[in-house]
Design a protein around this ligand. Structure first.
Ligand code: AHR
Length: 498
């Protein structure tokens, strides 16, 4: 099979906001305790954070981490996590029915984020709490000094404000499972008033309004419209969440599921712009895809767990090669919508539906989904180029006209590089891929790599070093033409200099 593409250096689709490579750490399962934090581990620093885990996270080059939830935030009292650790309360944590010790709280997490070279995207509790808690937390974090909460932060050891820039107004408030679930009207009004108060405290922050928990929610569409009608002038982003499953074990259909992500994004953009038009506003609302990933492998095991453990192993999906291919398609889809998707968070980062796993007292290891994310995050910076792609298509049970090749091209002007990412969804056909790049001088190949040749269900659970990207020797450049071969079922990256 053959696919062709054409691009021009001057035809830019979007500037990439680096926050598109964000991730997520929730107080859930072993994400925090026995994940990033394990004070008795040989690699733990004086704060109890595992340095071996930080090192692997640094390879992912994650610029933003959403915290502390997720469903967790809707029952969380942030005040439980400040002050002397030995005085902090242990609480029943209702979202995941665990016990929260509060050993790690705001100050500890901010220190971890510094070590992990990332910014924090903080969520406020709009489930059991509201305007007052949100404005107090913001004053505590961002106000320099001379007020009750800012001075309390200083007393607790942080002389300088945390200056957290991006804030989520609650989490999945449309979901009946959410503690303090609300109708769109109820949430829209609360979010509007909370956002107003927060921007009075600090008008430099950016706020994310909750959209739907998935495009399959019965309220999808109406929810977005209603909450935006209320909060439009005070917020900057609307959120989207999406988790993929393959219970039916149908590879062709599964790998096509990124098409759904694309449709979801375009639908939400249309609603944002409809509200903008109705209001006659000049302001554009962008998207924060602040939860996305594969999540299904662990669901049966989790359903059988008894409640009230500390850091139980929950949502510990063991990913396979097939999942890595779909995550690759997801990354390409986000990039191809980077004109409106400015934030995205791979959910999550460590142990909980995560690219990075830890063993208590033992190793840190990388799941298959680690590799496409690592390459996209490190090399997919700059601008997305408009790409005219011609690829054969196929039909699956749910999707029609799915291109065999999913691809995107990135222009990195700081490094004089063009980077192409591509997934070949074909299960048995190699794809000869040819791209014409107009407007560049002295194009040459830096490297072509592939994640390929693995069994679809292969994991790295037992052989932690059993999967990695390898060199693809088939690619070459002649004048403005780049050509080579994508193996069947492969994630690919081609880097060119000019
Ligand atoms: O990421 C796991 C959970 O998925 C989050 O807590 C919640 O927001 C979503 O339903």
């Amino acid at each position: 099979m053959k696919a062709t593409a054409k691009l021009n250096k001057d035809t830019i689709l979007a500037n990439i906001d680096s926050r598109i490579y964000g991730s997520f750490v929730e107080h859930l399962g072993r994400a925090v305790y026995d994940g990033i934090y394990e004070p008795n581990h040989p690699s733990a620093n004086e704060l109890g954070f595992r340095e071996d885990v930080i090192e692997v996270i640094n390879e992912l080059n994650v610029p933003l981490v959403r915290y502390p939830g997720g469903n967790f935030v809707s029952g969380y009292n942030w005040e439980d996590g400040i002050g002397p650790v030995e005085e902090r309360p242990k609480r029943l944590e209702l979202a995941w029915r665990s016990v929260e010790t509060n050993e790690v709280g705001l100050h500890e997490f901010m220190k971890w984020a510094d070590l992990a070279k990332t910014e924090v995207n903080m969520a406020v509790n709009l489930g059991t709490r509201g305007i007052d808690e949100a404005r107090n937390l913001l004053e505590y974090c961002n106000h320099p000094e001379g007020t009750y909460y800012s001075d309390l932060r200083k007393e607790n050891g942080a002389e300088e404000p945390f200056n957290i820039k991006t804030w989520c107004l609650g989490n999945e408030m449309d979901g009946p499972w959410q503690i303090g679930h609300k109708t769109a009207e109820e949430y829209g009004r609360l979010a509007e008033e909370t956002a107003k108060a927060m921007k009075l405290v600090d008008d430099t922050i950016e706020l994310v309004l909750c959209g739907s928990s998935s495009s399959k929610m019965p309220t999808f569409g109406e929810w977005e419209y209603t909450v935006l009608e209320h909060a439009y002038e005070y917020v900057d982003f609307l959120s989207l969440h999406l988790y993929w499953e393959n219970f039916e074990n149908d590879t062709a259909n599964y790998l096509a599921k990124s098409v759904e992500m694309d449709k979801f994004i375009k639908g939400v953009v249309a609603i944002c712009d409809a509200v903008k038009a109705k209001k006659g506003s000049d302001k554009q609302i962008n998207l924060s895809f602040d939860e996305w990933n594969v999540w299904y492998h662990s669901k049966d095991a989790d359903a059988k767990r008894e409640p009230w453990d500390i850091a139980p192993p929950l949502l510990e999906d063991i990913y396979n090669f097939e999942d890595a291919l779909l995550v690759g398609c997801g990354l390409i889809t986000l990039l191809n919508n980077a004109d409106r998707v400015k934030i995205a968070c791979l959910a999550q980062l460590v142990n909980v539906i995560a690219p990075v796993m830890t063993i208590k007292d033992g190793e840190v290891w990388k799941q298959p989904i680690f590799y496409p994310f690592m390459q996209a995050s490190n090399y997919g910076r700059g601008k997305v180029l408009r790409l005219d792609v011609k690829s054969d298509t196929y039909d699956s049970i749910e999707y029609k006209d799915v291109p065999f090749v999913e691809t995107t091209a990135i222009l990195n002007e700081d490094k004089n590089e063009v980077v192409i990412f591509a997934v070949n969804r074909s299960q048995d056909q190699e794809m000869n891929f040819e791209t014409q790049l107009d407007g560049f001088e002295n194009l040459s190949l830096i490297e072509a790599t592939e994640l390929a040749d693995y069994e679809l269900k292969q994991t790295t659970e037992n052989d932690h070093n059993g999967m990695d990207v390898k060199k693809n020797d088939s690619f070459s450049v002649e004048n403005d033409l780049v050509s080579g071969t994508f193996k069947p079922l492969s994630w690919n990256m081609i880097r060119l200099s000019y």
